[in-house]
Design a binder for this molecule. Structure first.
Ligand code: S3P
Length: 422
């Protein structure tokens, strides 16, 4: 495990680009992998998770030509692979692939690291089984990875998501491509809409409205090229850093601004952040701000689910008590993020309290230093590093290598925007 120490009192300045959106990258590779014509994808995330998905679709039979940084051409066609496919730390990779392969004629085994093997898979096993799929999990309840997906003929279903999860919605919608009849998914709260947007762009019949998505089976004809914009979840780290740190003025360029991803900007704006979005370029700019507490409702949470670790850091530096409602899903992320966030913030001297499904964070103004364990969770490692750079004293992040999951260049970019050197 590698540790890194970041001195406090940095300024966040300049302009930068973050890796291509991770959610869109996974989907671009998977949709192209079942497409009828080649698709060139540019701006692909360089994180380990997306590399695993690229290797997975390649192992399954898609032809993948890597041109250089973030650019690949994928010619679709899946034929199956005898051994297990290893998806590393990637919940999106394993859950979406399970749906993608469920209606093929071959058997696929999907596995991942220790964190993936702890995360709930019953949420996809249940709806995929209702479609006629055979998905067998491991563990005493058969609900954990590794998963064995034995391809079967599928039928369309009408499914209401019990949890607000874009991964579950997407697994079902990808399986729907090979089902008999349409499949409808109803969402309690809107989640990221990449799968339905991208399937529609690939010529699939998709109807949306009133909190529901319906997908009809059919051929996938991906566009000749897909350009992936910057990942808002990665942009959030730098923007919060700029709000918290003194004398800061930073712009993240070309960020994805579509539905259910930009909730963190609204939360920060309510906290009094000096933050602005250019809807034409996708550039987001943030400057040093006096932050104050806010309440993030349970309905709002899915729109900023991955940003809670860094928003919690902002809350710890704000005036007053910030409450995050409906945080249950955070317990089953790459780490138990409720526990990881509390441990991190308490280490910085902030007070936290759990009341049922709500997390309250009492701000302490400028954060002090400390040592934070990432628990192997990329977003915890990056949140802690930003807290360190923007706070008043140095922070040591143990397990910093977890950043490679989604942002291998994070330390380099931290140097670029703050002048800190590792
Ligand atoms: C994702 C959906 C979310 C999110 C994850 C990416 C996706 O997970 O936390 O990082 O790409 O569909 P859930 O579906 O579990 O909420």
């Amino acid at each position: 495990m590698s540790a890194i120490t970041i001195e406090g009192s940095q300024r966040f300045t300049g302009r930068l680009r973050v890796p291509g959106d991770k959610s869109i990258s996974h989907r671009a590779l998977m949709i192209a992998a079942v497409g009828r014509r080649p698709c060139t994808i540019s701006g692909l995330s360089d994180g380990d998770d997306v590399t695993r998905t690229r290797l997975a679709v390649q192992a399954l039979g898609a032809q993948v030509e890597v041109h250089g940084t973030g650019e690949v051409t994928v010619a679709g066609g899946l034929a199956g692979v005898p051994g297990a496919i290893y998806l590393g730390n990637s919940g999106t990779g394993i859950r979406l692939l399970a749906g993608l392969v469920a209606g093929y004629h071959f058997t696929t085994t999907l596995d991942g690291d220790a964190s993936i093997r702890r995360r709930p898979m019953d949420r996809i096993i249940e709806p995929l089984s209702a479609m006629g799929a055979s998905v067998r999990g491991s563990g005493s309840g058969g609900t954990l990875a590794p998963l064995t997906v034995q391809g079967r003929p599928l039928r369309g279903i009408d499914y209401t998501l019990p949890v607000a999860s874009a991964q579950v919605k997407s697994a079902v919608l990808l399986a729907a491509l090979r089902a008999e009849g349409p499949t409808a998914v109803h969402e309690p709260v809107p989640t990221r809409a990449h799968t339905e947007e991208m399937l529609a762009d690939a010529g699939v019949r998709v109807e949306r409205g009133g909190g529901s998505v319906t997908v009809w089976p059919g051929e996938v004809e991906p566009p000749h090229s897909i350009g992936i914009p910057g990942d808002p979840s990665q942009a959030a780290f730098w923007l919060v850093g700029a709000c918290m740190a003194p004398d800061s003025d930073l712009t993240v360029e070309n960020v994805y601004l579509g539905p259910a991803r930009g909730g963190f900007v609204d939360v920060l704006a309510r906290m009094g952040a000096d933050i602005s979005v250019d809807p034409d370029s996708g550039d987001i700019r943030a400057c040093t701000s006096e932050l104050r507490a806010t309440r993030v409702s349970a309905d709002e949470l899915p729109g900023c689910i991955d940003e809670v670790p860094i928003l919690a850091v902002a809350a710890a530096a704000a005036e007053g008590v910030t409450v995050f409602e409906g945080i249950g899903e955070l317990r089953v992320k790459e780490s138990d993020r409720v526990a990881s966030i509390i441990e991190m913030l308490n280490g910085f001297g902030a007070q936290t309290e759990i009341d049922g499904e709500a997390l309250a964070v009492a701000g302490v103004g400028r954060l002090g230093g400390g040592t934070v364990d990432s628990h192997g969770d990329h977003r915890m490692a990056m949140a802690a590093a930003i807290a360190g750079a923007a706070g008043s004293a140095s922070v040591t992040v143990e397990g910093f290598e977890a950043t490679a999951t989604s942002y291998p260049g994070f330390a380099r970019d931290l140097s670029r925007v703050t002048g800190w050197s590792p």
